[in-house]
Unconditional design. Structure first.
Length: 81
């Protein structure tokens, strides 16, 4: 049986006193921590992002020509209803 792996003792499989699966968990946690700290330390200009993504407002319509301060009204005769 050339291709058969030798069974090793459980103590020999440990790396740094840990099971290899535990080392994977520690490595993933370390990677997540490093990325989180990098994101905290990277400056962001959220105001510029909000301005770029804001919807464009249409121009306001111009005021109609007329006498300022006077409101035009139509008065109807109540008896003709």
């Amino acid at each position: 049986m050339i291709f058969r792996k030798k069974n090793r003792e459980p103590k020999e499989r440990e790396v740094f006193g840990m099971h290899p699966g535990d080392l994977g968990i520690v490595a993933v946690a370390a990677l997540i921590t490093v990325v989180f700290v990098y994101m905290l330390l990277t400056p962001k200009d959220f105001d510029a992002i909000n301005r770029a993504l804001a919807p464009v407002k249409p121009p306001a319509p111009k005021a109609q020509a007329g006498t300022p301060g006077i409101t035009q009204m139509q008065i109807y005769d109540a008896k003709k209803k």
